[in-house]
Every structure is written in structure tokens, then in C-alpha cells.
Design a protein around this ligand. Structure first.
Ligand SMILES: [Fe+2]
Ligand SMILES: [Fe+2]
Length: 170
């Protein structure tokens, strides 16, 4: 994956969003259970990697550029999705609620993506108004993404760790 493929950090994150939306659409259309399970695992891996590069790199680097509420809600929304992601991965694609879980996950992600991409007032729009170096951020995120993809392909990624919800509970 060449760096030049994405103009900056936001372009990279938006491309991830489109990829995940495409996978959810494929899941809806898939007829057999094996195919559905295959797609569900892909979606979960993509979302794990995406939320990690955002939480480890993008969100901390942009914290001061966005409204505090929006910043905090992003972590809580990620955690909500991670609960379903971990549950789906553990299910092996089995169980009467499997498809419902993937559907609700897609709805949660749709809402979260809207919060990030909303014109004028979304997370990305607020970051665009700042003077943060989004090209340097892209390089950092891309490197981490490639590292996580390699990990996913070799041994598989561990379960997603809750960031905000867990911290409050303990
Ligand atoms: Fe995102
Ligand atoms: Fe996010």
C-alpha cells in the first residue's frame, strides 16, 4: 500500500470507512452462512485496526482541535462497537443472534462515521480547521496499520480492548 494512495490522515480514515461499509453491504447480500462468517470476520478485523490507529494516533494528536464532548464520545462509541466485535468473533458465526449482532454493529458504525465525517461540524471537519500536520499523521497511521495487518494475517489480532467504558467501570 503506497503512501501516495491517500492524500492525508483523513483521506486514509475515510477510505477505511468506505471499505467497512462495502463489507457490511456484502454481508447483507451474502446467502450462505460460511460466506457471512467470512465477511463478519473481515469487518471485525478492519474495525479493530481502524479503531486502534484512531485511538493510538489520530485522536490523541487531534484532541485539542475538536470539541471535548465529540472527542470523548468517539471513545465511548468505539467501546460500544468493540463489545459487539468481540462477541461476534467469539461466536464463530453461530447462534440465533449472529446476524442481528452484525446488523446492529453496522448501525452503530454508521452513526459513528457520521459523527466523524459530518460536513462543517464533524470530527474531521474540526480537525481540518486546525493546522495539524495531517500528512505526517497519515504516515504514522499507515505504518501502524500495516503492522497490525501483518499481525492479523500471522497470528490474528487479540480481542479489542475497551478504552473508556472499562476505565469507568473499574
Ligand atoms: Fe473512523
Ligand atoms: Fe472512530
Amino acid at each position: 500500500m503506497a503512501t501516495e494512495e491517500f492524500t492525508d490522515a483523513i483521506a486514509l480514515l475515510k477510505a477505511d470507512h468506505r471499505e467497512v461499509e462495502d463489507l457490511f453491504a456484502q454481508f447483507e447480500k451474502a446467502k450462505d452462512d460460511n460466506r457471512k462468517w467470512e465477511i463478519a470476520q473481515k469487518v471485525c478485523n478492519e474495525l479493530k485496526i481502524h479503531s486502534m490507529i484512531e485511538e493510538e494516533i489520530f485522536y490523541p494528536a487531534t484532541k485539542d482541535a475538536v470539541e471535548e464532548d465529540l472527542y470523548k464520545e468517539a471513545f465511548v462509541e468505539h467501546d460500544g462497537a468493540k463489545v459487539l466485535i468481540n462477541d461476534i468473533m467469539e461466536s464463530g458465526g453461530q447462534g440465533e443472534f449472529f446476524e442481528a449482532k452484525v446488523k446492529v454493529l453496522s448501525e452503530e458504525i454508521e452513526h459513528h462515521v457520521e459523527e466523524e465525517e459530518k460536513r462543517g461540524e464533524g470530527y474531521f471537519a474540526q480537525v481540518r480547521d486546525s493546522d495539524i500536520d495531517l500528512v505526517a499523521l497519515r504516515d504514522q497511521m499507515l505504518a501502524r496499520k500495516q503492522e497490525l495487518q501483518a499481525q492479523a494475517e500471522s497470528g490474528g489480532l487479540p480481542a479489542a480492548e475497551l478504552t473508556a467504558v472499562d476505565a469507568d467501570a473499574s
